[in-house]
Design a protein around this ligand. Sequence first.
Ligand code: CO
Length: 275
Amino acid sequence: MIRGLHHVALAVRDLGQAAHFYAETFGFGPPEKTEVIPEQGVRAGLINLGNAYLELLEPTREDSTVGRFLTRNGEGLHHICLETDDVDAELTRIAARGIDLVDSVGRQGIAGMIGFLHPRSTGGVLIELVETGGAGGAMVEFDGRKLRVLIAKPGLDGHDRGAKVVARALRDAGMEVIYTGIRQSPEMIAESALQEDVDAVGLSILSGAHMELCPRVMQLLRDKGLGEVAIFVGGIIPDDDALALKAKGVKGVFGPGTTTTDIIDFIRATVTPQK
Ligand code: CO
């Protein structure tokens, strides 16, 4: 069953600039969710219009589908998306009518399971179907839970101005942030991550002990079944150490020049809610 319009998608060269245009011109809020989808070479943002969404699609590489669309057509309307209870059943039903599909079964998209019909069967309109899991309330289940981030300061240094600045910025960006305070042991941090049910842990380490503390925290998280929780670290970390930490599974390493926007963008692009 089709429930209605979920979103209209636009191909844009600059997602931030396009979102700004819609905010300034019509008073819409910023995108509720922005996500990089590497396989599709696209960064997608969803702006809530009240009864449907506007999806802004910015290519991350020229040879992606949206990149080629922009080269061919310039900016403009890209596709419309209809909401359904069951994307696979709809795709099967539509295929049985002799309509060509891009996707014969659903796959994961920014707002839920999606599948596309081919424009050669639809009068030139690219039509997407989405199954969000919410009863008409698009995005609610997928995105209704805010990202939860633990900001922790392991080790002996007592300078937590940077950690506090990051905690506040993430909160202002709409995330739920738990700050542990200074001089936490790796055990205390892993326990907080478990208790607080977080999606990501940010470690602020100025003591120089990052090569001991990061792997230790990660091991303790794995021991608690939290191996999927994304770890990022900020501090004064030499390039070689940064590479070594990333090789061990640290998702992001941020040095002194990092802006809070860099960290917010990183979290939005990298971290997915655990449940
Ligand atoms: Co779409």
